[in-house]
Design a protein around this ligand. Structure first.
Ligand SMILES: *Cc1c(COP(=O)(O)O)cnc(C)c1O
Length: 388
């Protein structure tokens, strides 16, 4: 019998502390291992499989594009890429979209847009990007520099210069930081995902948006994790009623295929010109066809469902034994527990439920269409593990 765990350890870079689960198939929010053991999935591949595994509509869209053409390069026009860009602009009011393959790349593009906009408008020294402490923006050397968590930086110096971090929810400190540096843009997550599922205060977000607009500093929102229906709106910034200049997204957008998008608003729509940026795989027609089916299904009625499932989870957990706090929005939820999160997650695995962690919390990012009976069963098992 093949020992997959040993082979993985031998041949795959040891960058992941994997849980002892080998997944071979799935359907919707159910996953199966080689022995046929069933798991209810509350992680959806870290917020990626927005409509679960092997979803009929998503698969039909992907397969029909696979039958037509799977890749052309960006030297030629393809319909799914254009239609998805139009759809994203119509749904957000943004003006143009650059497609890439991941969250980190979508932030890289945002940073390039900010640097070029500020360089042309105010001079090349206006290059600083201000981000928040405890943020997460990706693993490339530039998006690591943007990430406001020092432990990710150790041993990878020098990182890309031109990033400074300021505490979340402290507007005065943010303004002081911006004024102390020649700043091009502020980049932030509305809910810090990897940082522990912590939503920003509405007052702070409004204050940052107003200050940025008044000083012609770009407001860039990282919606890689929060985007595409995850928080009960199409994008999390819509919960705050702000209008960002740039929005980066990925994870759930492709429904399980790699796709990143950087949405550019009015101010920056014309910043990138031919040759300024590019990606061989970006805007791949198969990925875009899947994403069109994902975005088209996230309408108001569907988002209402996301919100009621969210309310169910909050109600089931907020006063449960062993729960210290429940934070988040929509189906992006962080749970601080008395027991160590890792122990809770391992007990859940034994009982057939998969959940994630973020820092010292349990993190839930279920498929947006998880059926209520499966959600109820999984939350019951999670509650039991938390109170054990
Ligand atoms: C996951 C994540 C990223 C990085 O995305 P990758 O696709 O892994 O490059 C960036 N920002 C946020 C907020 C994320 O959650």
């Amino acid at each position: 019998m093949t020992n997959w765990k040993e082979l993985d350890k031998t041949y795959v870079a040891n960058t992941y502390a994997r849980f002892p689960v080998e997944i071979v198939s799935g359907k919707g929010s159910l996953l199966y291992d080689a022995d046929g053991k069933e798991y209810i999935d509350l992680g959806s591949g870290i917020g990626v499989t927005a409509f679960g595994i092997d979803d009929a509509q998503w698969k039909a869209a992907v397969i029909s594009q696979l039958d037509a053409v799977q890749h052309t390069s960006n030297l030629y026009y393809t319909h799914p890429c254009v239609r998805l860009a139009q759809l994203l602009c119509e749904r957000t009011g943004m003006k143009r979209v650059f497609f890439s393959n991941s969250g980190a790349e979508s932030n890289e593009c945002a940073i390039k847009v900010a640097r070029k906009y500020a360089a042309q408008k105010r001079g090349p020294q206006y290059s600083t990007i201000v981000t928040l402490c405890n943020s997460f923006h990706g693993r490339t050397l530039t998006t690591l520099a943007a990430t406001g968590q020092a432990h990710f930086h150790e041993l990878f110096q020098p990182l890309t210069p031109g990033f400074v971090h300021t505490p979340a929810n402290d507007l005065q400190q943010l303004i002081a930081t911006v004024e102390a540096h020649p700043t091009a843009a502020i980049l932030m997550e509305c809910i810090q995902g990897e940082g522990g599922v912590i939503p920003l205060d509405a007052d702070f977000v409004h204050g940052v948006a107003q200050y940025a607009a008044e000083h012609d500093i770009l407001l860039m929102i990282d919606e890689v994790q929060t985007g595409n229906g995850r928080t009960g709106k199409l994008y999390a910034y819509m919960n705050y009623g702000i209008t960002p200049d740039v929005v980066s997204t990925a994870k759930g957008l492709g429904g399980g295929l790699p796709l990143g998008a950087t949405l550019m608003g009015e101010k920056v729509a014309d910043v990138l010109c031919a040759g300024d940026h590019g990606s061989t795989f970006g805007g791949n027609p198969v990925c875009c066809a899947g994403a069109i089916s994902v975005i088209n299904r996230i309408d108001d009625a569907f988002l209402g469902d996301v919100c009621s499932k969210s309310a169910y989870i909050f109600n089931a957990l907020k006063d449960a034994r062993g729960v210290e706090s429940v934070t988040g929005m929509g189906l992006m939820i962080g749970i601080k527990t008395t027991r160590p999160a890792k122990d809770v997650v391992n007990d859940c695995i034994a009982k057939g439920v998969l959940c994630l962690t973020a820092k010292d919390k349990i993190r839930l990012l279920p498929a947006l269409n998880i059926p209520m009976p499966q959600l109820e069963k999984a939350i019951g098992i999670l509650r039991a593990a938390i109170s054990a």
